[in-house]
Design a protein around this ligand. Structure first.
Ligand SMILES: [Zn+2]
Length: 357
């Protein structure tokens, strides 16, 4: 039984006890108020994305964790995309049980995108226990992220390991600094810690490639420029809908990779860290609002979600949106917020309208 259904079960069988349970849960960007809905209860339909972190690396008192998003397929949390600092707490706040988690997509290895992977992996074993051990012991947690830069790349790029080395350095049963999690998984979660890692080539010239195609889920990736950090943008397709995530990037590759991967996307989650007037070094790392607008316009994106909000853009979001409109984008724009849920299919949207500005 999932945590969600467990809570509902309490509501049905014990009546007022449900209010007590709700008070004890954390909610939107803070503590959960009596009667307030948990974010996981706003997930509806076949395909949804929950924002777990809409912020950036500079910790600010604005209610935003660093980058992270959870994809729910048929109502279950299956794909985690990035897991920066604070994402663990948002998983907790949401009320979700992550025992069904199958895939972890990492756009790049900056710590505001990977810092909370370890506590989330550990939580998975506890959640498997809380949910009554539903996870198949043969199930593998699959990680995807960028490969190392080529040997002739500038030295700052060579500081980044392959995603395989990064994950193995944490979890390998023999050499990982958290090797103990392999024993812990068996004792607490009643499952072995089976994981696999794929380091994806990120050369800008390779174009959009399919990196996963199974059970109706198609995941595509493309290399995108983000200063020296090897970086990927991802596209997740399910049930006839598509969600694209820029990761962090200037979006300025000569072959317009961001436009190609975002083509006709239902939802495009975009790195919104700077203004058109922002100078170095951030202008070499992130996308200007004008460029966001050009990409969304040329790709024919239906709904643009501004995320990775920084101290620069937090107070200038109206200006950001104006620049995006001036670039000619006519689709819908919303600003990400931690624990906001985007239900992709019509059935889900009818039940919950959680994606308005
Ligand atoms: Zn970042």
């Amino acid at each position: 039984m999932s945590l969600k259904s467990h809570l509902q079960h309490l509501c049905i069988t014990v009546g007022l006890v449900c209010v007590g349970v709700s008070v004890a849960q954390a909610g939107d960007t803070g503590h959960h108020e009596a009667g307030e809905q948990l974010a996981v209860e706003r997930v509806a339909g076949d395909f949804s994305v929950m924002v777990l972190g809409s912020g950036a690396p500079a910790a600010q008192p604005v209610g935003r964790a660093s980058a992270g998003y959870m994809f729910f397929l048929d109502g279950e949390p299956k794909i985690l995309m990035d897991a920066g600092g604070g994402v663990y707490q948002r998983v907790a706040d949401s009320g979700m049980n992550i025992s069904p988690l199958e895939l972890v997509l990492l756009s790049h290895l900056h710590v505001d995108h990977v810092g909370d992977i370890d506590p989330i992996v550990k939580a998975l074993f506890f959640h498997n226990r809380l949910a009554g051990f539903p996870r198949d012991p043969s199930q593998v947690l699959q990680f995807f992220g960028p490969n190392k830069a080529p040997a002739n790349a500038p030295p700052p790029a060579l500081r980044f390991p392959t995603t395989s080395r990064f994950i193995d350095a944490h979890f390998d049963a023999g050499t990982g600094i958290e090797a103990y999690l392999n024993d812990f998984a068996r004792v607490i979660g009643h499952i072995p810690f089976n994981y696999a890692v794929q380091s994806i080539e990120h050369d800008n010239t390779l174009g959009v490639r399919t990196i996963y195609d199974q059970d109706g889920v198609v995941i595509k990736a493309v290399g995108v420029p983000h200063g020296p950090a090897p970086s990927l943008a991802f596209r997740v397709e399910y049930d006839g809908k598509s969600v694209v995530y820029s990761g962090d990037t200037t979006s300025l590759s000569a072959n317009s990779n961001m436009i190609e991967i975002a083509r006709d996307a239902d939802l495009l989650i975009y790195d919104t860290a700077i203004l058109d007037s922002t100078g170095l070094p951030f202008s070499q790392l992130h996308t200007t609002p004008t460029r966001i607008g050009e990409v969304a316009r040329d790709a024919g994106v239906k709904h643009l979600v501004l995320s990775h909000i920084t101290a620069i853009t937090e107070r200038t979001l109206d200006e950001v949106k104006r620049s995006i409109r001036q670039a000619g984008y006519r689709g819908r724009i919303s600003v990400a917020k931690d624990l906001r849920v985007y239900n992709l299919d019509r059935k889900g949207r009818r039940r919950h309208h959680d994606d308005d500005d």
